[in-house]
Design a protein around this ligand. Structure first.
Ligand code: HEC
Length: 103
């Protein structure tokens, strides 16, 4: 019983929780996802932003992390970004994992 209790507690600690060793990271997923689906309009160097707001650029991991909740809201909740849609279920699932643990 005590052992189970210890196990339960251990799983709460950052070292062993679900986000302990994220496999979906900026390097493995985030950066290429944003380049492929977002940076056409949301890179600070984009020649044609199609009206994407100045403050919303995903050039760096830091910028993207600051916009974490906006990415989640627009892509996963409202499905307003990217404007033309086109994400498949795998990409949405990986994005959710990255936003939860890897960003
Ligand atoms: C074809 C151009 C284009 C692409 C590609 C695009 N966006 Fe946008 N985005 C816009 C425009 C235009 C706006 C401003 C109008 C609006 O908010 O709908 C905007 C606004 C936003 C905003 C701010 C609006 C808000 O409600 O907070 C966020 C965040 C955002 N985009 C995220 C993304 C993400 C993440 C992707 C990639 C998955 C993406 N966008 C892809 C054009 C684009």
């Amino acid at each position: 019983m005590l052992f189970l209790l210890m196990l339960a507690c251990a799983s709460q600690t950052p070292d062993t929780g679900p986000c302990a060793q994220p496999t979906v990271t900026w390097d493995s997923f985030g950066q290429s996802f944003l380049i492929t689906h977002c940076q056409g309009c949301h890179a600070s160097t984009s020649p044609q932003r199609y009206g994407a707001p100045e403050g919303i650029s995903f050039d760096t991991q830091e910028q993207s992390a600051e916009l974490q909740s906006s990415i989640e809201r627009t892509v996963l909740d409202q499905e307003s970004m990217p404007p033309a849609g086109g994400l498949n279920d795998d990409e949405r699932e990986l994005l959710a994992q990255w936003l939860a643990c890897g960003i």
